[in-house]
Ligand binder design. Structure first.
Ligand code: ATP
Ligand code: MG
Length: 213
């Protein structure tokens, strides 16, 4: 049984916070691979500022250092709104004998009850929630009845099954977001501590996230 992580996001652009979350999940859960899945058409927010092609290119540059990090472009090739549950269903079919873990930040977890068919997610994968500054890292009330009994304390308990458990990873507190990166770029502030150099270089060369007008 392989242990496969799945991390969705806009990655607009990918930053050191995303990479720290990915590394935390890989190491604490001892994953065989972590698939980063850029979202094409989000249902809960406006479209990305950068094209899917640029976001994928930046993800490739950012993840070169660890062969366990993969870019999974399936949402970019799928028609219509990108729903996580559709992605997990497809991965479940593809990796029927393996463990799947949906990795998300605490802010995303707080909004889980608003996701399309979120109750199906535990039927398809485990959930790992990574702490984020300023966000309470606990089960949201709206999900309590569905998730309360699923929480486990360690990776060993998580991988006693292929899906259906919840684990909270509380070691990270990294104050970085793509919103902050985009704001800094618009106001011509330095971004070098927030992004890998190769991603910062790509943004510069391609003139991304510049203030319009
Ligand atoms: P934006 O500001 O545009 O929303 P973001 O930094 O929140 O960007 P997303 O692409 O929205 O990045 O997030 C993808 C996933 O990564 C989400 O599950 C989110 O919670 C998580 N994540 C992003 N940054 C961090 C961070 N610094 N700490 C913990 N989780 C994070
Ligand atoms: Mg976000």
């Amino acid at each position: 049984m392989r242990k496969i992580g799945v991390m969705g996001g806009m990655f607009d652009p990918v930053h050191r916070g995303h990479l720290a979350v990915a590394t935390e999940a890989l190491n604490v859960l001892d994953l065989d691979e972590l698939r980063m899945v850029p979202c094409h058409l989000p249902s809960h927010r406006g479209p990305a500022a950068a094209s899917a092609q640029d976001r994928v290119a930046m993800l490739r540059l950012a993840t070169e250092y660890d062969r366990r990090l993969l870019i999974d472009e399936r949402e970019c090739f799928r028609f219509g709104v990108s729903y996580t549950v559709d992605t997990l269903e497809a991965l479940r079919r593809e990796f029927s004998q393996d463990s799947l873990v949906l990795v998300m930040g605490a802010d995303a977890f707080r909004g889980l009850a608003g996701w399309h068919c979120w109750q199906q997610i535990p039927q398809l994968a485990h959930i790992a929630v990574v702490s984020r500054p300023g966000v309470l890292n606990e089960i949201p009330d709206a999900c309590a009845s569905e998730l309360q009994g699923r929480q486990v304390a360690c990776a060993e308990q998580l991988f006693a099954a292929r899906k259906g458990k919840l684990i909270m990873l509380s070691n990270l507190q990294l104050e970085i977001s793509s919103t902050l990166v985009r704001e800094k770029l618009e106001s011509h502030d330095a971004i070098d501590t927030l992004l890998p150099d190769a991603v910062a270089g790509y943004i510069k060369v391609h003139g991304l996230y510049r203030a319009v007008g």
